[in-house]
Design a protein around this ligand. Structure first.
Ligand code: NAP
Length: 379
């Protein structure tokens, strides 16, 4: 498991769980099914058009290797897959040793595991960003199917993006510096015009997927006009005023008061937010990023902030990660940084368990899977 995916998973693993006492201790099928249906509906989880049983290479699995960091997961998953041997593995080494005759792998995506698992057909990861996972040669061998945790942490991520935006437009970053020094100062170098009221302002969500849609919903709730881009189609909910494609990003950036990056890291999004992008932004606008750090050219962002080409930046993800001591981003004014933790919440883990359990049930029954990744596209 790479550092990035570990970080995403750590966000999930740290969260506590509301439904979990029910799901883990007393798995009542109808309650779980109702909670699963509600989650699919609320987060708009994608269902594959093709039933698993029609996928090349599918057969009812006899053995599944799964990363279960809590023993309570096992009976819950087992109930969804009667007659299937589920082997818990706490590390890549354990999974590698257990995988020889397994058909499915849950919670891991490592080349060394693929190399020892010739029968592996289905891989379910517990996080959303799969740029490292799809790069493994083993992922392309043997008609593998990959499903991810797309949108599972999206409510938390969206609230975090909004929190970064609101903190910046209210100047909380500047006041907090004084608070740490015990200084009651109303002069923090910001003028009235620097405190942007959000109602009626335009938010551009770059990457209107699971996280982007939840972010758009919240920005709309604040009275903002929301515009967005997507990678492959113009679909969006009613509260998004306009959905453009990637080639419109610069044009839409010119209209935006806040830009929020919620894209996956792909060949198309790597370095998307560069000097040209920041030049296109209004000098009063803010840049928020909760997708992946490498979508932003960090040196260009620092230069643009220092040149006054934008008003500030809220970053949950940076390039590099972790941001090293002495990096200029730490000391650039009007920058708020959180350490890739925007997915943490008291509910994320509950959703993850429901998703993994449901996909296991569907895979064993040969039904269409949820959140199937397009391996070529990378998300
Ligand atoms: N900060 C964290 O802790 C954290 C946690 C989880 C995830 N993430 C990151 O967030 C990313 C998004 O997660 P998600 O669950 O929202 O995934 P998702 O539901 O798959 O959404 C991705 C969206 O990005 C769009 N997109 C792809 N390429 C684009 C481009 N070049 N320009 C504009 N939009 C583009 C896609 O459009 P189409 O559907 O039209 O192709 C899709 O709407 C993940 O891949 C991961 O890197 C970060």
């Amino acid at each position: 498991m790479t550092k990035k995916t570990l970080l995403d998973f750590a966000c999930l693993a740290l969260a506590s769980c509301l439904l979990c006492p029910t799901v883990w201790a007393n798995p009542a099928e109808d309650e779980i099914a109702a909670a699963t249906r509600a989650m699919i509906e609320e987060l708009g989880l994608r269902e594959s058009a093709t039933p698993a049983r029609e996928l090349p290479g599918w057969r009812r699995p006899a053995k599944v290797v799964a990363w279960l960091d809590r023993p309570e997961w096992l009976p819950t998953l087992q109930a969804a897959a009667p007659g299937v041997e589920i082997v818990p593995a706490a590390s890549v080494e354990e999974a590698t040793r257990a995988v020889a005759d397994a058909q499915a792998l849950l919670g891991f995506c490592e080349q060394e595991i693929f190399a020892q698992g010739p029968d592996l057909h289905w891989v379910q990861v517990y996080w959303s960003g799969v740029e490292d996972c799809v790069a493994h040669p083993g992922m392309l061998q043997g008609d593998k199917v990959l499903t991810n945790g797309q949108a599972i942490a999206s409510p938390a991520l969206a609230e975090h993006a909004i929190a970064l935006m609101m903190a910046l437009v209210r100047g909380l970053d500047a006041y907090h510096v004084n608070q740490l020094a015990g200084a009651w100062r109303d002069d923090v170098g910001l003028f009235n015009a620097d405190f942007m009221e959000l109602e009626g302002r335009t938010a551009l969500v770059v990457g209107l997927g699971g996280i982007g849609t939840q972010t758009a919903k919240r920005a709309h709730g604040l009275g903002m006009r929301v515009i967005a881009t997507r990678g492959s189609r113009r679909e969006g909910p009613d509260y998004v005023d306009y959905v453009g494609l990637a080639d419109e990003t610069l044009e839409l950036a010119r209209q935006a008061d806040v830009v929020i990056n919620t894209t996956p890291l792909t060949d198309d999004t790597r370095g998307l937010f560069d000097a040209a992008f920041f030049k296109a932004m209004k000098p009063t606008a803010y840049f928020i990023s909760v997708g992946r750090g490498a979508s932003t050219v960090t040196d260009d962002l620092v230069a643009a902030l220092r040149a006054g080409e934008l008003a500030g930046a809220g970053l949950d993800v940076t390039d590099p990660e972790p941001l090293p001591d002495g990096h200029p981003l730490w000391t650039t004014p009007r920058v708020l940084i959180s350490p890739h933790t925007a997915g943490r919440s008291d509910r994320t883990r509950e959703r993850l368990l429901l998703l993994v359990r449901e996909n296991l049930r569907r895979y064993v029954a040969g039904e269409p899977l949820l959140s199937v990744v397009d391996i070529q596209r990378g998300y």
